[in-house]
Design a protein. Structure first.
Length: 350
């Protein structure tokens, strides 16, 4: 299927300010997407507040804005450039948050500008804990017991109801900031004391902590089929943020039957959430059962790693899928891509 003829000019939202050492992965995704869009003859506009990136080089996008990542700035750029579409999911959480602000403010409806890759309801259903739980229940997929809370008293009650240990974290986290494993009431009290020192715009997530084997996939979905380049196995205990963990591909200790379950769950989740483009899904295997930890309809910090070790051009494929093409027409089938005949390890450098 050819690309959508309505798409002629796209605003790509970058990752914005981010911890040193984390920006390279999102920079890679944004740069590759801009190149893929330009190869399709589409005019590109790029917004990113971080000038120390390749994506902000003048030859990557047609128009580059190094500006604060705020709703007001995005709206001003849209008024100046008048793109027909916004690509929000290549800069991690920042792009998703800004796109949701655009949608909730009514700006997208007033102007007719479309979000590529994910609709607002897709982001909501993946990010909102209650909506996500509802989706998982409809799909009859195992989910880790969790609750959304806002106060210390609710957090303590939830932790005791679910049973320690629990993982506590702010919702809509950026780069895994603020996650902590709580083993008792005092840990919860200490965590909430730190959170309450800052403006807490979103509620707190409390999840049952399962000391299992954590895995992750970065996949491309075209609305019908899904391509999973590979499954990454985390070496450390579950709960280490995927961007900071040591990962190995192909997985060493994961049985084939569990890998098949992961591929099946990934397909069902991506299509149920109506993802067209990138999706990042995290799993944990505990007591011989596969649980879904969370789903992110966006680029992740493991994209460059799995792209390079599998040879699958994930960002290029995802960009062309967002423009209306199908995986099968691009020469790829559906499901788990054949494993490479070697092992590749991703290690963080601190």
């Amino acid at each position: 299927m050819p690309k959508d003829p309505r798409i002629k000019k796209v605003l790509v939202i970058g990752s914005g300010p981010i911890i040193i050492g984390q920006a390279a992965e999102f920079d890679y995704s944004g740069t590759q997407a801009c190149r893929a869009l330009k190869a399709e003859g589409i005019e590109t506009v790029l917004l990113n507040s971080n000038p120390a990136t390749i994506m902000t080089d003048p030859d990557v996008a047609d128009h580059v804005y190094i500006e604060p990542m705020t709703l007001e700035v995005v709206e001003r750029i849209l008024e100046i450039e008048k793109p027909d579409s916004v690509l929000p999911n290549l800069g991690g959480q920042m792009g998703l948050n800004l796109s949701m602000e655009l949608a909730r403010s009514g700006y997208l409806d007033r102007t007719g500008i479309r979000l590529l890759a994910c609709k607002p309801e897709t982001i909501d259903r993946a990010e909102d804990r209650e909506l996500f739980k509802e989706t998982m229940e409809k799909l009859h997929q195992p989910i880790i017991p969790s609750e959304v809370v806002e106060t210390l008293q609710d957090a303590l009650a939830c932790a005791n109801r679910i049973g320690y240990p629990v993982l506590v974290r702010p919702s809509y986290v950026l780069g895994g900031q603020g996650m902590q494993i709580a083993y008792n009431d005092k840990d919860i009290e200490d965590f909430m004391a730190i959170i309450n020192m800052y403006s807490q715009e979103h509620p707190i997530l409390v999840d049952k902590y399962l000391m299992g084997r954590e895995l992750e996939v970065d996949a491309v979905c075209d609305g019908e089929d899904i391509l999973i380049p590979g499954i990454m196995e985390h070496i450390e205990r579950a709960g280490i943020h995927s961007g900071d963990s040591i990962s190995v591909y192909p997985p060493i200790k994961i049985e084939k039957r569990h890998q098949e379950i992961i591929a099946d769950y990934s397909h069902r989740l991506a299509t149920a959430l109506h993802v067209v483009g990138l999706v990042n899904i995290q799993f944990v295997i505990y007591d011989d059962k596969v649980y879904v930890i969370e789903v992110n309809p966006r680029s992740s910090r493991t994209i460059p790693y799995i792209t390079k070790v599998t040879g699958v051009p994930i960002i290029e494929l995802a960009t062309r899928v967002m423009l209306g093409e199908k995986l099968k027409d691009l020469g790829y089938g559906t499901g788990l891509y054949p494993e490479a005949p070697y092992y590749a390890v991703k290690m963080p450098v601190f």
